[in-house]
Design a protein around this ligand. Structure first.
Ligand SMILES: [Zn+2]
Length: 352
């Protein structure tokens, strides 16, 4: 058996629980005391948690600086990096959903300042992963980043976010099912290296979503805990693999294609959930189980429910294999034929 070198970077602190924001001072003091920090938020997350964090840190003799960002733009990440450098910040704290987290995370990469993730919603696994998705010249691009040094997930805050986010987070996690099948396929067909630990971890989190679908549907603090932990565990699987492979396969390529096609895409996790149904069908697996789980949770399972035009579903299926050609999946190197794409979308009921 070949033994390879493995360099894995993981968050140093993962704090998940009700009212966890109240604990932000001792958590950050575990890392450093009384230092300047930059708090990144948007106009909504300031009121949800940003202001509170600012006050707590200020009272504890930290020196917080705020920056409000307008969206997940590379230019905004550069602005975050600039502010953090100017103020001599030792940490960049991202307070928000996917957009704020990714902007703050990448600001941390540009400035080489450690990033602390404070998600206000559990909608995708970027909350603890080492990738950031940002818009450059009008198009969403996925960037290599580093995992946060700490993740502080306040379940009280997360459970109060619109339920749609939690349902989307479930979709992003159930995507691990087809991501792992794609990884195994690439291992068999292309000889791609596969990691047993991240593979098992990734599968396990998707299984937990399937098992606990009824609990998640309640949308309460228990639901928030299940989905948040699943997303963080998915992120860990990616950190261990040193790649997004364990949690991102053909279903993610499909979602990225939709992001490029649509002016107003659905949520990342919603698109990935629908993609998982179709890709599981293409794998010859139990796609009905994926659909039924998402249905139980209350996530969209059809183009109509996700407010996506049916033509866009077909277009994305035909385009998906071109997005990241080095990532071999069930879509193969040449992609689907038109009739196969229509058949897969119709058979799974995604289009009528
Ligand atoms: Zn994802």
């Amino acid at each position: 058996m070949e033994v390879r070198q493995l360099k894995t970077e993981l968050p140093r602190i993962i704090a998940v629980g009700p009212n966890m924001i109240e604990q932000i001072v001792p958590i950050i003091q575990d890392l450093e005391t009384s230092v300047p920090v930059t708090i990144v938020h948007d106009n909504i997350t300031w009121g949800i948690a940003g202001k509170k964090i600012h006050e707590l840190l200020e009272d504890a003799t930290f020196e917080p600086h705020n920056i409000e960002v307008t969206g997940p733009f590379l230019a905004e990440a550069e602005r975050v990096a600039h502010v953090a450098e100017e103020t001599g910040s030792k940490f960049i704290i991202g307070v928000g959903g996917g957009s704020v987290i990714d902007t703050a995370k990448y600001g941390g990469i540009i400035s080489k300042i450690p990033f602390i993730s404070v998600p206000t919603a559990a909608s995708h696994d970027g909350i603890a992963s080492m990738r950031a998705s940002l818009i450059v010249e009008g198009k969403k691009k996925s960037f290599e980043a580093r995992p946060p040094i700490a993740v502080i997930a306040d379940l009280t805050v997360i459970s109060k976010a619109p339920f749609r986010f939690l349902a989307a987070g479930s979709g992003d996690t159930i995507a691990n099912k087809t991501a792992v099948l794609d990884w195994e396929l690439a291992h068999r067909v292309k000889g791609e290296r596969i990691g047993e630990y991240p593979k098992v971890l990734s599968e396990m989190t998707a299984e937990m979503i399937i098992r606990d679908a009824n609990l998640i549907a309640r949308g309460d603090i228990v639901a928030a805990k299940i989905v948040t932990k699943a997303l963080i565990t998915s992120s860990m699987a990616m950190c261990i693999a040193g790649s997004s492979r364990p949690a991102s396969g053909s279903e993610h390529l499909f979602s990225h294609a939709l992001d490029m096609i649509l002016d107003k895409p659905a949520l990342h996790g919603e698109q990935c959930g629908i993609g998982t149904i179709i890709m599981m069908y293409l794998h010859g697996g139990n796609w009905e189980q994926i659909r039924d789980t998402l249905k139980t949770i209350g996530a969209p399972v059809t183009a109509k429910e996700a407010d996506i035009p049916e033509e866009a579903i077909i277009e994305a299926l035909l385009m998906a294999h071109t997005i990241r050609p080095e990532r071999y999946t069930i879509l193969g190197s040449n992609g689907l034929t038109y009739s196969a794409a229509v058949n897969a979308a119709e058979t799974t009921g995604v289009i009528s």
